[in-house]
Ligand binder design. Structure first.
Ligand code: ARG
Length: 577
């Protein structure tokens, strides 16, 4: 068991003997925010005291009197308003590292309460290029899916592709009248985007074209074979293009149930909401009004328009119902940009009235925008929307420049492969590093820098450790696993590195809990910093035994955590850079 878990259990026992009726699930041990005060901290005693109108410092002292820390920690201290701080003994750190070296754990534990969690992310729209909002959703969603899976949850990813809607009327008119077959073969999405623009512009001037588009849409919705075939082709072409991008990003979905999948359910859903009194008629439309939350009071949701058409909200309600029936999830997480906050508040609020018995947790994990270098909208030089595929191409090209400069002696093919991993990794990391709700400024120079909080820096830290093993001819099997009992943490930098390794699992849990991969980015960056401190002060290959083995173990564990951590963020590592 990891030291902080052992601590937590012992603390819970002590609390139980002082307050037998207390809810122990809140008694948690977490990383101490300031290492000057300790390695771990528990702050639950303050709220337990408050609930019972006890003096918090007194309660903490009583609990500590019952607390048996054995040789895990130095004597614990009460601080401030009633925090309890713990400092691990070096032997306890060494024992946990030795267990990791034996392969017992990698500083995290699988959850004892696995949950079924549906993640709805990426969700681009058919016949349109994926834009930077979809890139953020894809990268964040994949990182969260991987974190939750690693922690032992049952994760189902579902790509809610926008493959239905009024835009298909105009697209079909364009397809029938203006299709450029050569252009379609060369770049299907660009051609479909062009068709839409042509018809859209024309329809603004000529109401007859607008009417034509409306009729094509009605025909499509009524199941007209020709229109359905066109629609299917547009869908297939888009899906192929999305697939290429997902492959480059290393993203896979368990399901891709687009909006159209839910069409057959919409009529009965709307009927049910009407009968239950959740939706009512207003100016010819069917509308859900909200009393709560207050921000929705003036924001009713239309679920059927006057012309009978359903919309985004209707489909999302049907989607929720389908997921509930099919997968019985404990939680659904939606990952989209900030502008959809109102939409999801409406969906969640409607759903609670519709299924008041459902215990499911619904989370809208939203994010800010990506801005161009001068803090303006992120656009191409000519002012167009940036396409994900171009962005990834440029990332690889720029990384190729960096790699070729740094390691010109490597063969071209190897430099290309390094550039792919570094370039894509840099884009992903730049997206995951900022607190997701703030906008961030996209900067090639920043994200590709070899020193700084970047993917290349972390990938380089990993590769550097591998080069230590190569230089010392230390094979995989000889990195200390067998002799790990000899672990010594004499130097302060060794102890600091060891303690930082121990926090990996707590950080993963925090990422899962707050949906914030940036915690993991910062943790890994600090880990690389601890490693540098260690490596600059403690010779490894030149050290005498038993230090040499002990330090090789520290190198190996750091490399393994870096690799696992980056993998969770969807970022690959290299043995050599
Ligand atoms: N297709 C939508 C868009 O591009 C995102 C869909 C998000 N998921 C959902 N269930 N509404 O904005």
């Amino acid at each position: 068991m990891l030291p902080h878990r052992q601590l937590e259990e012992r603390l819970q026992q002590a609390v139980r003997s002082v307050l037998p009726e207390a809810d122990l699930s809140s008694v948690l041990v977490r990383t101490c925010p300031d290492p000057r005060y300790g390695d771990y901290q528990a702050n639950a005693l303050m709220s337990l005291a408050k609930e019972r109108q006890l003096n918090p410092r007194e309660l903490a002292a009583n609990v500590l009197a019952k607390l048996d820390l054995g040789d895990l920690c130095e004597p614990a201290e009460v601080a401030g308003a009633g925090f309890v701080n713990f400092r691990l003994r070096p032997q306890a750190v060494a024992a946990a590292l030795a267990a990791a070296a034996r392969g017992d754990h990698l500083f995290f534990e699988k959850t004892s309460q696995p949950r079924t969690i549906v993640l709805d992310f990426s969700s681009p729209n058919v016949a349109k290029p994926m834009h930077v909002g979809h890139i953020r959703s894809t990268i964040l969603g994949e990182a969260l899916a991987r974190t939750l899976r690693l922690l032992g949850h049952r994760v189902i990813t579902d790509n809610h592709v926008g493959d239905w809607g009024t835009q298909f009327g105009k697209l079909i008119v364009g397809w029938k009248r203006h299709l450029d077959k050569v252009g379609l073969r060369a770049d299907p999405i660009a051609e479909m985007e062009r068709l839409y623009l042509v018809v859209n512009t024309a329809s603004e001037k000529d109401p007859a074209i607008l009417e034509e588009a409306r009729q094509e849409l009605v025909k499509l919705q009524a199941g007209d074979e020709t229109n359905l075939a066109i629609w299917r082709e547009m869908q297939a072409l888009s899906q192929t293009q999305f697939g290429t991008i997902y492959q480059r990003l290393g993203v896979k979905f368990d399901y891709t149930l687009g909006e159209s999948f839910y069409n057959p359910r919409l009529a009965s859903l709307v009927q049910e909401l009407r009968v239950k009194g959740i939706a009512r008629e207003s100016e010819g439309a069917l509308v859900v009004f909200f009393d709560e939350p207050p921000q929705l009071k003036k924001q009713p949701a239309i679920i059927q328009k006057r012309d009978g058409a359903y919309n985004y909200a209707t489909t999302d309600l049907a989607t929720l119902a389908h997921r509930l029936e099919t997968w019985h999830p404990d939680e659904i997480i939606y990952i989209t940009g900030g502008p959809q906050q109102l939409h999801f508040q409406q969906i969640f609020s409607t759903f609670r009235r519709w299924h008041p018995e459902a215990k499911i947790k619904l989370a809208h994990v939203w994010f800010g925008s990506i801005l161009g270098e001068k803090g303006k909208a992120f656009k191409t030089r000519t002012g167009g929307a940036i396409r994900l595929s171009d962005l990834l191409d440029e990332a690889e090209e720029r990384a190729y420049g960096v790699v070729s400069e740094k390691s010109p002696e490597l063969p071209e093919a190897q430099r290309r492969e390094i550039a792919r991993i570094v370039g894509i990794g840099a884009v992903k990391y730049a997206d995951l590093l900022p607190n997701r709700i703030t906008d961030y400024v996209f900067s090639w120079d920043k994200m590709l820098a070899l020193n700084g909080n970047t993917a290349p820096y972390l990938q380089y830290a990993y590769a550097r450790i591998q080069s230590i093993f190569r230089k010392g001819n230390v094979e995989e099997g000889q990195r200390g696993g067998g002799q790990a009992a000899a672990l010594a943490l004499g130097a302060p930098q060794e102890l600091a590195l060891g303690k930082h390794l121990l926090n990996f699992g707590l950080v993963l849990e925090a990422v899962a809990e707050d949906y914030r991969p940036n915690f993991l980015c910062n943790y890994l960056y600090e880990l690389a910093g601890c490693f540098t401190g260690f490596y600059e002060n403690c010779p490894v290959l030149k050290a005498a035994e038993p230090e040499r083995t002990s330090r090789l173990v520290l190198c190996d564990l750091t490399a393994r955590v870096l690799k696992q951590g980056l993998e969770v963020l969807g970022i690959e590592t290299l043995e050599q850079m």
